[in-house]
Write a protein that binds this ligand. Structure first.
Ligand SMILES: Cc1cc2nc3c(=O)[nH]c(=O)nc-3n(C[C@H](O)[C@H](O)[C@H](O)COP(=O)(O)OP(=O)(O)OC[C@H]3O[C@@H](n4cnc5c(N)ncnc54)[C@H](O)[C@@H]3O)c2cc1C
Ligand code: FES
Length: 281
């Protein structure tokens, strides 16, 4: 059972603890992974996030991207898209930053036990859902088929490419990748990630899916999975919204009646679909 972890309730939830970057890995252009250490860090559940704050710049939500079973490991993968994320990505090994968390409802990994596991990720979305794969592969016998469908804009923007190759070489996990735009030397699939659904064999009636990526991609993936026969309550998505407090106080992340920080970020499609339709109106 994924345990929802939370900061010590005795502490002021808005006061960050100090974290230090112990290792910096350049992934793809504008994307880095940090391994960090932080006072009092006691682990997380797959799908949870921390508020990371480079001093004097701001604070943003970033998912944990490492294995949840290694409680001492604090790993984040970050893309520079604006002022705060850019300041984070530019930090070097040894730098100290503020950290609050972990927050949020996790991916319900155990729900897929005895079922086919389908992970559908787009772009940087592979980072927040990677802890699901670590959990599943550590307990491989508990699951039926394990399928990873991953799409990137271009071959050179493929995140965790070495790890995807390692998984691909295993006999007990099926990995299919695609790009929106091929470049010279790419001989793989070209097309949106949902087009990969037709290329893999799974039992829709016995599948639990974990979907993470740009919102438009998640909508299409959820619809395609539903059309294929996967129950909406078995399709799980991780939502992104601007956040300030991350503890259900400020309303910045509100979507209809839910707060993404407190009630999510992970929701099932049965719950999310009507809320997203309202937003489209
Ligand atoms: C629960 C949760 C988990 C997240 N996990 C991660 C993670 O693991 N790694 C990560 O890199 N980011 C993650 N994000 C997104 C991250 O929080 C945002 O990219 C960040 O808040 C941007 O802040 P900024 O000040 O750098 O840029 P802003 O000034 O807020 O944005 C700059 C520009 O980038 C656009 N933008 C904002 N966010 C994104 C985005 N996600 N993708 C593309 N364009 C965007 C904005 O529309 C704006 O045009 C997560 C968000 C949430 C809510
Ligand atoms: S970020 Fe404040 S309520 Fe969610």
């Amino acid at each position: 059972m994924s345990t929802v972890l939370a900061p010590d309730p005795q502490l002021d939830p808005m006061v960050p603890t100090l974290a230090r970057i112990t290792r910096k890995i350049d992934e793809i252009p504008d994307v880095v992974t940090f391994e960090m250490e932080a006072d009092g860090w006691s682990g997380f559940a797959p799908g949870q996030f921390n508020m990371l704050g480079p001093f004097g710049v701001g604070e943003i939500p970033i998912s944990l991207s490492g294995p949840a079973s290694k409680r001492e490991r604090l790993v984040h993968t970050i893309r520079a898209v604006g002022p705060v994320s850019r300041a984070l990505v530019e930090l070097q090994e040894g730098a100290v930053l503020g950290l609050r968390g972990p927050y949020g409802a996790p991916w319900p990994v155990e729900r897929a036990q005895g079922r086919d596991v389908m992970v559908v990720a787009g772009g940087l979305g592979l980072a927040p859902v990677r802890p699901v794969l670590y959990d599943v592969l550590e307990n491989r016998d508990d699951y039926e088929k394990v399928i990873v469908l991953y799409g990137a804009r271009r071959p050179e923007e493929m995140l965790f490419a070495d790890e995807l190759s390692t998984w691909r070489a295993r006999f007990d996990i099926e990995v299919a990748v695609t790009v929106d735009h091929a470049s010279v030397g790419w001989h793989g699939h070209v097309g949106v990630v949902t087009s990969l659904l037709r290329t893999v064999g799974y039992d829709p009636a016995n599948t639990t899916a974990y979907v993470c990526g740009p919102e438009i991609m998640m909508r299409f993936a959820a619809r395609a999975l539903t059309d294929a026969g996967v129950a909406p309550g078995e399709i799980w998505l991780s939502m992104e919204r601007n956040m300030h407090c991350a503890i259900g106080l400020c309303g910045h992340c509100q979507l209809g009646p839910v707060f993404i920080c407190r009630d999510g970020p992970v929701f099932d499609w049965a719950r999310l679909r009507p809320l997203m339709q309202q937003e489209e109106l």
